[in-house]
Design a protein around this ligand. Structure first.
Ligand SMILES: [Fe+2]
Length: 342
Protein backbone atom coordinates (compact mmCIF):
# COMPACT_ATOMS: atom_id res chain seq x y z
CA UNK A 1 0.00 0.00 0.00
CA UNK A 2 2.69 2.44 0.94
CA UNK A 3 4.50 1.96 -2.37
CA UNK A 4 1.30 2.64 -4.28
CA UNK A 5 0.65 5.80 -2.28
CA UNK A 6 4.21 6.99 -2.64
CA UNK A 7 4.06 6.50 -6.41
CA UNK A 8 0.78 8.40 -6.57
CA UNK A 9 2.33 11.13 -4.49
CA UNK A 10 5.40 11.38 -6.70
CA UNK A 11 3.37 11.61 -9.87
CA UNK A 12 1.77 14.74 -8.45
CA UNK A 13 4.88 16.77 -7.75
CA UNK A 14 6.10 15.93 -4.26
CA UNK A 15 7.74 19.30 -3.76
CA UNK A 16 4.30 20.85 -3.70
CA UNK A 17 2.92 18.15 -1.45
CA UNK A 18 5.42 18.95 1.26
CA UNK A 19 4.00 22.44 1.55
CA UNK A 20 0.44 22.88 2.74
CA UNK A 21 0.44 26.64 2.14
CA UNK A 22 -2.96 27.70 0.95
CA UNK A 23 -3.26 29.80 -2.16
CA UNK A 24 -6.88 30.82 -1.89
CA UNK A 25 -6.51 34.35 -3.24
CA UNK A 26 -6.81 34.46 -7.01
CA UNK A 27 -9.24 31.56 -7.17
CA UNK A 28 -12.50 31.99 -9.00
CA UNK A 29 -15.23 32.58 -6.47
CA UNK A 30 -18.60 31.07 -7.22
CA UNK A 31 -21.95 32.68 -6.55
CA UNK A 32 -24.66 31.47 -4.19
CA UNK A 33 -28.39 31.28 -4.61
CA UNK A 34 -29.62 34.39 -2.84
CA UNK A 35 -32.51 34.55 -0.42
CA UNK A 36 -33.45 37.84 1.14
CA UNK A 37 -35.69 39.26 3.84
CA UNK A 38 -37.87 42.14 2.70
CA UNK A 39 -37.27 45.49 4.44
CA UNK A 40 -40.66 45.05 6.09
CA UNK A 41 -39.75 41.61 7.46
CA UNK A 42 -36.45 42.96 8.76
CA UNK A 43 -38.04 45.99 10.42
CA UNK A 44 -40.87 43.95 11.94
CA UNK A 45 -38.38 41.59 13.55
CA UNK A 46 -36.21 44.45 14.88
CA UNK A 47 -39.28 46.10 16.41
CA UNK A 48 -40.22 42.84 18.13
CA UNK A 49 -36.75 42.61 19.72
CA UNK A 50 -36.88 46.18 21.01
CA UNK A 51 -39.70 45.18 23.34
CA UNK A 52 -37.81 42.18 24.76
CA UNK A 53 -35.64 42.14 27.88
CA UNK A 54 -34.53 38.49 28.02
CA UNK A 55 -30.72 38.08 27.78
CA UNK A 56 -30.05 35.92 24.68
CA UNK A 57 -26.74 34.68 26.09
CA UNK A 58 -28.23 33.58 29.39
CA UNK A 59 -31.77 32.45 28.48
CA UNK A 60 -31.08 31.42 24.90
CA UNK A 61 -33.63 28.59 24.81
CA UNK A 62 -36.45 30.94 25.69
CA UNK A 63 -35.25 33.50 23.11
CA UNK A 64 -34.87 30.73 20.51
CA UNK A 65 -38.46 29.61 20.99
CA UNK A 66 -39.96 33.10 21.00
CA UNK A 67 -37.92 34.41 18.05
CA UNK A 68 -38.53 31.23 16.06
CA UNK A 69 -42.29 31.74 16.45
CA UNK A 70 -42.03 35.38 15.35
CA UNK A 71 -40.04 34.41 12.25
CA UNK A 72 -42.60 31.71 11.54
CA UNK A 73 -45.25 34.44 11.50
CA UNK A 74 -43.47 37.16 9.56
CA UNK A 75 -41.28 35.43 6.94
CA UNK A 76 -42.74 34.63 3.52
CA UNK A 77 -43.73 31.00 2.84
CA UNK A 78 -41.12 30.83 0.06
CA UNK A 79 -38.29 31.91 2.32
CA UNK A 80 -39.36 29.51 5.06
CA UNK A 81 -39.55 26.66 2.54
CA UNK A 82 -36.10 27.50 1.25
CA UNK A 83 -34.67 27.62 4.76
CA UNK A 84 -36.25 24.29 5.62
CA UNK A 85 -34.94 22.74 2.44
CA UNK A 86 -31.53 23.55 3.85
CA UNK A 87 -32.53 21.83 7.09
CA UNK A 88 -33.48 18.71 5.16
CA UNK A 89 -30.12 18.70 3.38
CA UNK A 90 -31.42 20.33 0.23
CA UNK A 91 -28.40 22.63 0.17
CA UNK A 92 -25.16 22.44 2.07
CA UNK A 93 -24.68 26.20 2.17
CA UNK A 94 -27.36 28.89 2.33
CA UNK A 95 -26.92 32.63 1.77
CA UNK A 96 -29.43 35.00 3.37
CA UNK A 97 -29.40 38.78 2.82
CA UNK A 98 -30.95 41.78 4.56
CA UNK A 99 -30.93 40.15 7.99
CA UNK A 100 -31.73 42.36 11.00
CA UNK A 101 -28.58 43.09 13.02
CA UNK A 102 -29.54 46.18 15.06
CA UNK A 103 -32.66 48.16 15.92
CA UNK A 104 -34.21 50.56 13.41
CA UNK A 105 -32.44 53.90 13.21
CA UNK A 106 -29.55 52.75 15.39
CA UNK A 107 -25.93 52.66 14.31
CA UNK A 108 -23.81 49.58 14.96
CA UNK A 109 -21.38 50.44 17.79
CA UNK A 110 -17.63 50.16 17.21
CA UNK A 111 -16.31 46.61 16.91
CA UNK A 112 -15.06 45.61 20.38
CA UNK A 113 -11.25 45.23 20.49
CA UNK A 114 -11.69 41.82 22.13
CA UNK A 115 -14.72 39.55 22.28
CA UNK A 116 -16.22 40.62 25.63
CA UNK A 117 -16.96 37.92 28.19
CA UNK A 118 -20.65 37.16 28.60
CA UNK A 119 -20.76 39.08 31.87
CA UNK A 120 -19.58 42.29 30.17
CA UNK A 121 -21.58 42.59 26.97
CA UNK A 122 -21.37 46.01 25.41
CA UNK A 123 -24.42 47.96 26.50
CA UNK A 124 -24.40 49.95 23.28
CA UNK A 125 -25.16 46.85 21.18
CA UNK A 126 -28.77 45.75 21.33
CA UNK A 127 -29.77 42.08 20.92
CA UNK A 128 -31.34 42.14 17.45
CA UNK A 129 -28.65 40.02 15.74
CA UNK A 130 -28.60 37.49 18.59
CA UNK A 131 -32.40 37.16 18.62
CA UNK A 132 -32.39 36.72 14.86
CA UNK A 133 -29.75 33.96 14.89
CA UNK A 134 -31.57 32.18 17.68
CA UNK A 135 -34.84 32.64 15.78
CA UNK A 136 -33.40 31.07 12.61
CA UNK A 137 -32.11 28.14 14.67
CA UNK A 138 -35.60 27.81 16.20
CA UNK A 139 -37.20 27.85 12.77
CA UNK A 140 -34.83 25.07 11.68
CA UNK A 141 -35.54 23.17 14.93
CA UNK A 142 -31.85 22.98 15.73
CA UNK A 143 -30.19 22.82 19.13
CA UNK A 144 -27.38 25.15 20.19
CA UNK A 145 -23.99 23.40 20.27
CA UNK A 146 -22.09 24.52 23.33
CA UNK A 147 -18.59 23.60 24.42
CA UNK A 148 -17.26 24.78 27.74
CA UNK A 149 -13.95 26.63 27.75
CA UNK A 150 -14.30 27.73 24.12
CA UNK A 151 -14.81 31.44 23.58
CA UNK A 152 -16.31 31.86 27.03
CA UNK A 153 -18.73 28.97 26.38
CA UNK A 154 -21.29 31.33 24.86
CA UNK A 155 -24.07 30.32 22.51
CA UNK A 156 -23.09 33.00 20.00
CA UNK A 157 -19.42 33.75 19.39
CA UNK A 158 -17.88 37.07 18.36
CA UNK A 159 -15.49 36.59 15.43
CA UNK A 160 -13.25 39.64 15.52
CA UNK A 161 -9.74 40.17 14.06
CA UNK A 162 -7.70 40.40 17.24
CA UNK A 163 -4.56 38.39 16.59
CA UNK A 164 -2.95 39.13 13.20
CA UNK A 165 -1.09 35.87 12.60
CA UNK A 166 -3.39 33.41 14.34
CA UNK A 167 -4.48 30.41 12.24
CA UNK A 168 -7.98 30.77 13.61
CA UNK A 169 -11.05 32.93 13.26
CA UNK A 170 -9.37 35.70 15.25
CA UNK A 171 -6.51 36.08 12.74
CA UNK A 172 -6.47 38.29 9.65
CA UNK A 173 -2.99 38.65 8.13
CA UNK A 174 -2.86 34.99 7.08
CA UNK A 175 -5.53 32.94 5.30
CA UNK A 176 -7.56 30.75 7.61
CA UNK A 177 -7.18 27.30 6.07
CA UNK A 178 -10.13 25.18 5.02
CA UNK A 179 -11.68 23.35 7.97
CA UNK A 180 -14.77 22.02 9.72
CA UNK A 181 -15.90 23.48 13.02
CA UNK A 182 -14.58 21.99 16.29
CA UNK A 183 -12.99 18.89 14.75
CA UNK A 184 -11.20 17.90 17.96
CA UNK A 185 -14.41 17.18 19.89
CA UNK A 186 -16.10 13.76 19.84
CA UNK A 187 -19.28 15.26 18.39
CA UNK A 188 -18.98 18.11 15.91
CA UNK A 189 -21.70 20.68 15.12
CA UNK A 190 -24.05 19.65 12.28
CA UNK A 191 -24.14 23.18 10.93
CA UNK A 192 -23.48 26.79 11.88
CA UNK A 193 -24.67 30.33 11.21
CA UNK A 194 -22.34 33.21 10.35
CA UNK A 195 -23.89 36.68 10.46
CA UNK A 196 -21.92 39.79 9.48
CA UNK A 197 -22.58 42.77 11.71
CA UNK A 198 -19.77 44.65 10.01
CA UNK A 199 -18.53 43.08 6.77
CA UNK A 200 -15.17 43.59 5.12
CA UNK A 201 -14.93 43.30 1.30
CA UNK A 202 -11.42 41.81 1.56
CA UNK A 203 -12.43 39.00 3.95
CA UNK A 204 -13.89 36.27 1.80
CA UNK A 205 -15.39 33.29 3.56
CA UNK A 206 -14.19 30.40 1.42
CA UNK A 207 -15.82 27.00 1.08
CA UNK A 208 -15.74 23.80 -0.93
CA UNK A 209 -17.87 20.69 -1.10
CA UNK A 210 -17.01 17.16 -0.03
CA UNK A 211 -18.42 15.72 -3.29
CA UNK A 212 -15.88 17.78 -5.24
CA UNK A 213 -13.09 16.62 -2.94
CA UNK A 214 -13.98 12.94 -3.23
CA UNK A 215 -14.24 13.17 -7.02
CA UNK A 216 -10.54 14.04 -7.34
CA UNK A 217 -9.14 11.54 -4.83
CA UNK A 218 -7.65 8.22 -5.97
CA UNK A 219 -9.31 5.22 -4.30
CA UNK A 220 -6.14 4.32 -2.35
CA UNK A 221 -6.00 7.78 -0.79
CA UNK A 222 -9.71 7.68 0.00
CA UNK A 223 -9.25 4.32 1.68
CA UNK A 224 -6.53 5.75 3.93
CA UNK A 225 -8.61 8.81 4.79
CA UNK A 226 -11.38 6.50 6.03
CA UNK A 227 -9.10 4.86 8.60
CA UNK A 228 -9.01 6.26 12.18
CA UNK A 229 -5.36 7.24 11.87
CA UNK A 230 -5.64 11.01 12.20
CA UNK A 231 -5.31 13.18 15.28
CA UNK A 232 -7.44 16.33 15.37
CA UNK A 233 -6.12 19.00 17.73
CA UNK A 234 -7.59 22.13 19.28
CA UNK A 235 -5.80 25.30 18.22
CA UNK A 236 -5.30 28.87 19.42
CA UNK A 237 -4.90 28.75 23.23
CA UNK A 238 -6.70 32.10 23.51
CA UNK A 239 -9.82 30.44 22.10
CA UNK A 240 -9.49 26.84 23.28
CA UNK A 241 -8.51 27.28 26.88
CA UNK A 242 -8.10 23.53 27.36
CA UNK A 243 -5.98 21.61 24.80
CA UNK A 244 -7.90 18.67 23.33
CA UNK A 245 -7.26 15.90 20.80
CA UNK A 246 -9.47 13.39 19.04
CA UNK A 247 -8.37 10.42 16.95
CA UNK A 248 -10.63 9.57 14.00
CA UNK A 249 -10.87 9.14 10.22
CA UNK A 250 -11.03 12.23 7.98
CA UNK A 251 -13.87 10.82 5.86
CA UNK A 252 -16.71 8.75 7.31
CA UNK A 253 -20.05 7.41 6.13
CA UNK A 254 -23.02 7.82 8.47
CA UNK A 255 -25.88 5.38 9.01
CA UNK A 256 -27.91 6.86 6.16
CA UNK A 257 -24.98 6.46 3.74
CA UNK A 258 -24.03 10.15 3.70
CA UNK A 259 -20.32 10.84 3.63
CA UNK A 260 -18.88 13.43 6.01
CA UNK A 261 -15.52 15.10 6.34
CA UNK A 262 -13.68 16.13 9.49
CA UNK A 263 -10.52 18.15 8.86
CA UNK A 264 -8.69 21.31 9.79
CA UNK A 265 -5.91 22.16 7.32
CA UNK A 266 -4.43 24.95 9.47
CA UNK A 267 -0.88 24.06 10.59
CA UNK A 268 -0.79 21.75 13.61
CA UNK A 269 -4.52 21.00 13.69
CA UNK A 270 -4.56 17.56 11.97
CA UNK A 271 -1.77 14.98 12.08
CA UNK A 272 -1.42 11.66 10.28
CA UNK A 273 -0.40 8.99 12.79
CA UNK A 274 1.01 6.44 10.34
CA UNK A 275 3.25 6.88 7.29
CA UNK A 276 0.30 6.05 5.03
CA UNK A 277 -1.93 8.53 6.85
CA UNK A 278 0.71 11.26 6.51
CA UNK A 279 0.96 10.62 2.76
CA UNK A 280 -2.81 10.60 2.32
CA UNK A 281 -3.15 13.85 4.28
CA UNK A 282 -0.49 15.57 2.17
CA UNK A 283 -2.18 14.31 -0.99
CA UNK A 284 -5.53 15.64 0.25
CA UNK A 285 -3.98 19.03 1.10
CA UNK A 286 -2.47 19.26 -2.35
CA UNK A 287 -5.78 18.38 -4.03
CA UNK A 288 -7.48 21.09 -2.00
CA UNK A 289 -4.92 23.70 -3.02
CA UNK A 290 -4.95 22.75 -6.70
CA UNK A 291 -7.81 20.57 -7.95
CA UNK A 292 -10.89 21.25 -5.83
CA UNK A 293 -13.09 24.25 -6.78
CA UNK A 294 -12.97 26.77 -3.93
CA UNK A 295 -15.86 29.22 -3.71
CA UNK A 296 -16.10 32.31 -1.60
CA UNK A 297 -18.16 35.27 -0.51
CA UNK A 298 -17.22 38.49 1.30
CA UNK A 299 -20.13 38.94 3.67
CA UNK A 300 -21.63 42.43 3.79
CA UNK A 301 -23.46 43.93 6.77
CA UNK A 302 -26.60 41.90 7.44
CA UNK A 303 -25.60 38.91 5.30
CA UNK A 304 -25.72 35.44 6.78
CA UNK A 305 -24.34 32.07 5.75
CA UNK A 306 -25.79 28.81 7.02
CA UNK A 307 -23.21 26.10 6.46
CA UNK A 308 -23.54 22.33 6.77
CA UNK A 309 -20.45 21.34 8.69
CA UNK A 310 -20.03 17.72 7.61
CA UNK A 311 -20.23 18.10 3.83
CA UNK A 312 -18.33 21.35 3.35
CA UNK A 313 -14.99 22.80 4.37
CA UNK A 314 -14.78 26.53 4.97
CA UNK A 315 -12.04 29.09 5.59
CA UNK A 316 -11.26 32.77 5.13
CA UNK A 317 -8.89 34.81 2.99
CA UNK A 318 -6.41 37.14 4.64
CA UNK A 319 -7.64 40.73 5.04
CA UNK A 320 -6.96 44.12 6.61
CA UNK A 321 -9.32 46.34 8.54
CA UNK A 322 -12.43 46.10 10.64
CA UNK A 323 -14.75 43.09 10.68
CA UNK A 324 -17.34 41.79 13.14
CA UNK A 325 -19.08 38.50 12.52
CA UNK A 326 -21.19 36.45 14.91
CA UNK A 327 -21.25 32.64 14.75
CA UNK A 328 -23.59 30.09 16.23
CA UNK A 329 -22.85 26.36 16.09
CA UNK A 330 -25.85 24.02 15.98
CA UNK A 331 -26.84 20.37 16.06
CA UNK A 332 -29.79 18.97 14.22
CA UNK A 333 -32.55 17.98 16.58
CA UNK A 334 -35.23 16.84 14.14
CA UNK A 335 -33.49 15.13 11.27
CA UNK A 336 -31.70 11.82 11.37
CA UNK A 337 -28.99 12.04 13.98
CA UNK A 338 -25.55 11.64 12.53
CA UNK A 339 -23.38 8.74 13.45
CA UNK A 340 -21.32 9.67 16.50
CA UNK A 341 -18.22 8.35 14.79
CA UNK A 342 -18.08 11.53 12.73
FE1 LIG B 1 -14.73 28.04 11.11
Amino acid sequence: MRTVLTRALKSNNPSLLISSTWQLAGRQFGSLAKDKLTDNERETFSSFVEGQSVDPYRDYLSVQEKSGKILEEILSPDLKDNLRSFGSRGRSIFFLQNCPTIGSGKIMPPTPPLAPPSSQRSESKDNVSEYFMLGISGLLKAEPYLIENVRDGTVINQIIPTNAHSNSGSGYKVPFGLHNEVVHETKVPDFFLLLALRGNPLAKTTYCFLDDIISVLPSQILEELKKPNFLMKSGDAAIFKEAKEFRCPIITTDKSGVQNIRLNTAPGRCEGLTDEAKIALKYLNECLSRDVPIHGVALKDGEMLIVENGTTLHGRTEFEGDRWVQRMNLTNSTLDKRNNER
